[in-house]
Write a protein that binds this ligand. Structure first.
Ligand SMILES: [Zn+2]
Length: 274
C-alpha cells in the first residue's frame, strides 16, 4: 500500500502539471463517466493530500477525491498531443491537457465531492507529518489508548500517512519498544517520533523512496540542500523486511510479528525504551 509520501508526491506533480489549466476529464474505463462529466472543462485550482487521501479541487467547487487503496496508481506523463496518448489498462479517470496526461487506475475511492464532504474526510484524519506542524492531536489520542504504539501508528485517525515501513523504521531509530501501550509512551518519545516523521517523509516525497538509514538520510538532505541529483545505493532499512537478519546496530536477529494487520519488524535488544 502506498504510504503518505507517495500521495503528497502525486499531489505535487498533479498541481505542477494542471494548476491554473482548464482540463479534459474522462473515464476511459467508463465506471467514473458521470463524475468525470462534472469535472470536464473546469480549471484545476489545487491538488493536495492528507495522509493517503488525495484531493484535486476544480472550479465550481468540484473536488475529485481519490484513495488509491492497495493497488491503485496515479501516473502523470508529459504528452506532446493527448490524442496520441493510448489508454493502457483500466483507466478509471484521465485528466488531460495538451501538455500532460494523468491516468488513475484501480483506486479504492474515486468520487466527486463537495467542500463539506472534503472537510468531513479531513476531520476523521489525524495530523499528517507532511501537512501539519502540530502533532498534539495525535499525542492526545495516543495518551488515552492502551493499544501499542506500533498499532496506533497505523491508525489513520491518529497519524495520517504513516504506513508500515515508516512505523517500523521510526520506532527502531529511537529505540522505542513497539509494544509500549500508548498511555505509557513518554512525551519525549512521542516528540522524537513526530519530529522524525516530519524529517523523513519529505525525503520520501523528494526521492520517491523511503530513506531511513542515518547515513542515507544525511546524504539525501545534503544533496537536496545543494540542489544536486540524488544517487542512492540500493534501498536498505534497519528492520523492515529483515526478519532473521542481523540488526545493523547490535547484531541481534530482527524479529517479526503481525501487529494491526501488517508485519511489524523490530530489534528486541535495541528497542527497549517506552
Ligand atoms: Zn539491535
Amino acid at each position: 500500500m502506498p504510504e503518505g509520501h507517495t500521495l503528497h508526491r502525486i499531489a505535487r506533480d498533479l498541481h505542477a502539471a494542471f494548476a491554473g489549466q482548464v482540463v479534459e476529464v474522462s473515464s476511459p474505463q467508463g465506471r467514473f463517466a458521470s463524475g468525470a462529466a462534472l469535472l470536464d472543462g473546469q480549471e484545476v485550482v489545487e491538488a493536495r493530500a492528507h495522509g493517503k487521501h488525495l484531493f484535486v479541487e476544480l472550479t465550481g467547487e468540484r473536488i475529485l477525491h481519490v484513495h488509491l487503496g492497495l493497488i491503485g496508481t496515479f501516473t502523470i506523463d508529459a504528452a506532446a498531443y493527448v490524442g496520441e496518448m493510448p489508454v493502457v489498462g483500466q483507466v478509471r479517470c484521465r485528466i488531460a491537457t495538451e501538455e500532460h496526461v494523468a491516468d488513475l487506475r484501480g483506486p479504492m475511492t474515486c468520487a466527486v465531492v463537495t467542500p463539506d464532504e472534503e472537510a468531513a474526510v479531513h476531520a476523521k484524519l489525524g495530523p499528517d507529518p507532511l501537512r501539519d506542524t502540530d502533532g498534539g492531536p495525535a499525542r492526545e489520542r495516543i495518551r488515552r489508548s492502551r493499544k501499542s504504539i506500533a498499532a496506533l501508528l497505523m491508525e489513520q485517525d491518529v497519524v495520517a500517512g504513516v504506513g508500515n515501513v515508516y512505523r517500523c523504521e521510526v520506532l527502531f531509530r529511537h529505540r522505542i519498544n513497539p509494544a509500549t501501550p500508548g498511555e505509557r509512551l513518554k512525551s519525549a518519545s512521542w516528540q522524537l517520533i513526530w519530529s522524525d516523521l516530519r524529517r523523513l517523509l519529505p525525503l520520501g516525497v523528494a526521492t520517491s523512496r523511503i530513506v531511513t538509514i542515518t547515513e542515507q538520510v544525511e546524504e539525501v538532505e545534503a544533496a537536496l540542500a545543494k540542489g544536486e541529483d540524488i544517487d542512492l545505493d540500493e534501498r536498505t532499512s534497519y528492520v523492515y523486511k529483515r526478519t532473521g537478519e542481523e540488526c545493523l546496530v547490535c547484531g541481534s536477529r530482527i524479529r517479526a510479528k503481525d501487529v494491526a494487520g501488517r508485519t511489524l519488524y523490530w530489534c528486541g535488544n535495541c528497542q527497549r525504551r517506552s
